[in-house]
Design a protein around this ligand. Structure first.
Ligand SMILES: Cc1cc2nc3c(=O)[nH]c(=O)nc-3n(C[C@H](O)[C@H](O)[C@H](O)COP(=O)(O)O)c2cc1C
Length: 318
């Protein structure tokens, strides 16, 4: 898979509706699911947690877990569902995740990660990748990161997404853990230089096309999260600049997403659940604030009425 441009996994944000919208904006970006835990897949309503739209490909299922057999079983289900890749989360620092002994705290247990990756790789044919931090707590030296990556490479992992800041497992909320620890891109660049055969995707604090272009001089791919949520059209600009020209205009994206919403509403999905990903579509354009406030006030009251989008669009001066 070509990992040049990816949209980061974001819990409660990058659900299937959001990914559908992102695919309308960019034909080629790799889209990641939110992190889904293995119990949710194995014991929960699997379709609800990992069902997706065929248009989303290439799409990656991100798993949270550290039980090798459960991860392997989840990979088999992911492959049956047609996911293009499975990614293991070794970056989430939340208390709940730490209690479950997965996410970022796994950076302290490389052996267990290798065991999980081996078990997952052996279970399926699709690629198994990993998303990690550059360190956790005092385990933050370059040598430790290098050793972690080396063990993954020896286990046959070929693609590694690295969020270029460490996580602090005590005292910071997940949100603070995405901004307070300093970014250290050099660690990621050095990893690519030492392991040229690996596909290294850099993540964290990438906000502009220039940022992305700069990183791509050192690594194979860029992954953006919050910048795309706050301004989905940045994904279009990135697609144009670093991959190839994309065709849909903002209004075409809106109209195609409206069709998708109608389809979803026929299946019982409420209009206001479909709103969050598209609220920032006109970011930076005059009338954007009014568009957003019209949608958030009207949609919950008129949950089956697709016309609210056209009415809100009237405010946009484009
Ligand atoms: C709301 C939110 C939810 C997130 N959920 C996940 C997740 O489920 N899995 C994961 O690996 N990272 C998650 N992250 C972290 C992002 O994938 C990314 O690593 C981080 O936001 C840094 O990239 P950015 O600066 O481009 O946003 C989340 C981030 C946000 C803002």
């Amino acid at each position: 898979m070509n990992h040049t441009l990816s949209v980061a996994p974001m819990l409660d944000w990058t659900d299937k509706h959001c990914r559908y919208l992102h695919r309308l904006i960019s034909a080629d970006a790799v889209l990641y699911s939110e992190m889904i835990t293995t119990p949710a897949i194995l014991q929960g309503d699997t379709q609800k947690y990992i069902g997706y739209n065929q248009q989303e490909h290439p799409v990656v299922l991100q798993l949270g877990g550290s039980h090798a057999t459960e991860l392997a079983k989840s990979c088999v289900i992911a492959q049956e569902y047609g996911y293009d890749e499975v990614n293991l989360n070794v970056g989430c620092p939340s208390d709940r995740v730490q209690k479950g002994r997965f996410g970022a705290c796994l950076m302290n247990e490389p052996q267990l990660v290798v065991e999980c990756m081996n078990s997952m790789t052996q279970a399926v044919d699709i690629p198994i990748t990993i998303k990690c931090r550059i360190g956790v707590d005092d385990n933050d030296s370059f040598e430790n990161l290098q050793s972690f990556i080396e063990q993954l490479a020896q286990a046959g992992v070929k693609t590694i997404v690295i969020h270029a800041r460490k996580a602090l497992l005590k005292g910071l909320s997940p949100k603070q853990n995405r901004s307070i620890p300093a970014l250290n891109y050099d660690y990621v660049y050095k990893i690519k230089a030492l392991f040229p055969e690996l596909t290294i995707v850099i993540n964290g604090g990438i906000n502009t096309i220039e940022d992305a272009q700069q990183h791509l001089q050192h690594v194979d791919g860029v992954m953006l999260g919050r910048a795309i949520w706050n301004n989905p059209w940045l994904l279009h600009d990135l697609q144009n600049e670093i991959i190839t020209t994309s065709s849909n205009t903002r209004d075409q994206v809106l109209h195609k997403y409206m069709k998708y919403c109608q389809n979803q509403m026929q299946k019982g999905v409420k209009l206001h659940w479909l709103l969050p990903p598209i609220l920032n579509l006109y970011h930076g354009i005059a009338g954007n604030k009014k568009w957003k406030s019209y949608l958030v006030t009207q949609a919950p009251k008129r949950d089956k009425d697709i016309d609210v989008f056209d009415e809100a669009r009237e405010f946009i001066e484009l």
